[in-house]
Design a protein around this ligand. Sequence first.
Ligand code: SAM
Length: 223
Amino acid sequence: MAKLILVPTPIGNLEDITLRAIRILKEADCIYAEDTRVTRKLLNHLEIDQQIFPFHAHNEHKVLQQVVERISGMNQAVLVSDAGTPAISDPGFLLVRECIREGIEVECLPGPAALIPGLVASGFPCDRFVFEGFLPHKKGRQTRLKALIEEERTIVLYESPHRLIRCLAQIEEFLGSDRQVAVARELSKVHEEFVRGTATEVKTHFEKHPPKGEIVLLIEGKK
Ligand code: SAM
């Protein structure tokens, strides 16, 4: 029976690939990847010689049926993204949904995803949380932020360094300047950093030290 396996890959530190992920990548009939060059580098590092086919945000809708048909004729196909768990703010959801509709078994290996280490080390409650992914850049951004005003669970966002200060200013405006936040930057990488404090304190910090790299933004829920 055909199976699609989603394989999480490191979000920085290459040691964070699991033994099972390596075995599944070796055994796969076919690997679909967000950016084949990024995945080729990882496979070279792991000394895995496999063919890689593109499956990314730009071709997701177009190639969906064709990819599902190919997977249905295989034993085991793998989907990876550039980093972390496929389908988490990455391509993959449409493929998972379509495979399930077509009776193809779907499995996701446990593994790296930036939101989890960011959340757990933020110091905010993590028994209940809400993952908002990336907020829209323009249209709908304020509506999404306003919808979080009464949220009592810890809020997890992905944010680009270019928009971080603006986002912190919007948190001050909509959720209050004394709302506790944490910025988890460059998780698992050499320059990993956590900056914790009120929205105003953290914004002031990044105004003095312009943010770089990849960021998970955590916001404590309303008390
Ligand atoms: N699929 C990935 C996952 O499972 O986390 C997320 C992919 S999304 C396109 C990329 C975003 O994830 C980045 O912009 C950043 O917000 C977050 N991210 C990825 N790696 C990170 C890291 N090492 N440190 C902090 N945030 C990271």
